[in-house]
Design a protein around this ligand. Sequence first.
Ligand SMILES: NC(=O)c1ccc[n+]([C@@H]2O[C@H](COP(=O)([O-])OP(=O)(O)OC[C@H]3O[C@@H](n4cnc5c(N)ncnc54)[C@H](OP(=O)(O)O)[C@@H]3O)[C@@H](O)[C@H]2O)c1
Length: 318
Amino acid sequence: MRAIVVNADQSLSWREVAPPEPKDSQIVIEVHASAVNRADLMQRAGNYPPPPDWPQWMGLEAAGVVKSAPPDSRWQPGDQVCALLGGGGYAEQVALPPELACALPKGLRMQEAASLPEAYATAWLNLRIEAELQAGETVFIQAGASGLGIAAIQLAKLLGAKVITSVGGAHKTEFVQALGADVIIDHHKQSIAEVLAENPVDVALDCVAGPQLGECLKSMKHNGRWVIIATLGGAISEINMNEFFRRGTRLIGSTLRSRSNALKGEIMAALEKQVWPAFSEGRLKPCLHAVLPISEAEQAHDILQRRQNLGKVVLTVK
Ligand SMILES: NC(=O)c1ccc[n+]([C@@H]2O[C@H](COP(=O)([O-])OP(=O)(O)OC[C@H]3O[C@@H](n4cnc5c(N)ncnc54)[C@H](OP(=O)(O)O)[C@@H]3O)[C@@H](O)[C@H]2O)c1
């Protein structure tokens, strides 16, 4: 089979590699589509190695058809699934624990379904499980037009929250408004901390952090939960600890990729049951910025690198 291999100079080649060898209860999927995540750019640069037991090639999600499954599996050859992966989605086939797969949302195409698992699992883990976001609460979502942002905004609205989000640029502002964001901060023109001071939040999903974090935390509501999932804006911030402890703020660090397959399986089951029907009913929508053949993975990465994407960039394999 073929997969995207990172060459020594960090260029990408779509070339022949050994096919997966499924272990124990694992199933093998024939990949129809995968999708690009910012973590792939870090992995390609050598800064985010895949966890043990996963292929060395990139790809945190895929949609496709089950090629093989053990006799006692929930899955059978021919089933259409989408799956959360520890890696290996940029390939013609991938082996995975069966609990990381779930049925395709009814009515969605493979390329749409491939864009969902990583962003929705991250949004579910952090908004539902870590921050326990409740209906009627206000949530701040950094980078609202990102692949993750579009999922987090839509999930938060589905859960009945008020959404404040940040974007860079007027065209991104219009895009997240159409997704239902209530307050939009164009960080090229406005100070995020100032807008949050006027609109205190209960929960934040933050992939930027950096120097502005301390200022933003100051205006959180009492018993707020601020979840850090990346540090695109920098790793260091100064926090006023008086404000922090008096308000009962909880600062939570979180990564999805390092969680157990058992927890990831629970998240995928929850998405299949509680979130996928909203796609079939048209209450949620996949947002594909671009769909490219997997042989053009370099061009796909370039779109994310330049911060051009409104939503997800998908790679088609079949
Ligand atoms: N911890 C976890 O488990 C987990 C899981 C999934 C994703 N993440 C993180 O969530 C973030 C979003 O992921 P994604 O795949 O959705 O990414 P993406 O589509 O590439 O979007 C990233 C966006 O972040 C915004 N941004 C703000 N400050 C930035 C900076 N200093 N440098 C670059 N971009 C900046 C940009 O939007 P504007 O131009 O609009 O500002 C950019 O388009 C990434 O940082 C990723 O690592 C973490």
